[in-house]
Design a protein around this ligand. Sequence first.
Ligand SMILES: *Cc1c(COP(=O)(O)O)cnc(C)c1O
Length: 364
Amino acid sequence: MTNLRIPGPTPCPEEVLKEMSRQMINHRGPEFAELLNDVTGKLKQLFQTKNDVFLLTASGTGGLEAAVVNVLSPGDRVLSVSIGVFGDRFAAIARQFGADVIPLNYEWGKAADPEEIRKALDKDPDIKAVLVTHNETSTGVTNDLAEISTVVKETGRLLVVDAISSLGSIELPVDEWRCDVTVTGSQKGWMVPPGLTMVAVSQQAWEANTEARMPRFYWDFAKARSYLEKGQTPWTPTVSIVFAFEVALDMMLEEGLTGIIARHARIAQMTRDGVKALGMSLFAEESHASNTVTSIAAPEGLDVKKLLKILREEHQTVLGGGQQHLMGKIFRIGHLGWVTEEDINMVFQSLVIALPQAGYEVID
Ligand SMILES: *Cc1c(COP(=O)(O)O)cnc(C)c1O
């Protein structure tokens, strides 16, 4: 079996995959209503929220677009805090829909500084919302979302969070941290295939929604809410993924959120220790290193493309490369969702053999 260790899509347990082959049901019938209510309720527990949670049929980026168009109007001023590829994408979506985006960009590999966010907000009282990535998958960095939230909420701005690769794996109590729109995606930490994005919407986000004038049809939270009251989604959902999700959520609740978060922390630490034991360096600043994906700076002499090819072809191990200007400069090990220590041990057993073949002599 392939050891798929990229930060999404992630492997799915057999029990989950089996659900995907179930016969279709009426998505406007009582059986689906029961399923949707059950899945939504379980998600709320894992989001640690009492607010609305919606399932939208899309990959994570669809959820980010939904977040933007449901709380903003063209011309609204937005602070975009970006520490990598996905932060830049969030800003691009807002810009595309006519927001006046003020960028606050950080060197890739670093986390955002909450004090600088405070300064940017103090300087510009017209900023209505802050877009921020909780866990930047492209660099393997987790932002201090609790601190960022404190700063953003002191002045009542909207906090819109890309938690696609963190929610359900890394601590993120959505209500306690007062996130207004929080987005995640099924294929990251949730042990199901791609196809669903899940969003939580706070009371303050609903207030913003009544004023928001960005164009939207498919991604309309108000429609999602009125249909959910009937146990439905406005449009035909990806029924098979919802089947699978119910089983995956049961597995998650059985392990318990605390247990899941602790497992991710433990496996991430083990991964970082393993990288260093091979004489390599972490790309992310270690104080903010992610517990769902580890980025490794390519050491002198290493051909990353060759390494990934050897791992894939000779070790059935799939790791992630670097994106955009990090291509060839880093590689990434995904450890989120259905992952055990054994999976990571196998990665290191393969790395010890493949690294020298790709130009890096492992230091013992
Ligand atoms: C994966 C990911 C996305 C993009 O999600 P898609 O499902 O590929 O659309 C956005 N943000 C973060 C942080 C991600 O990890």
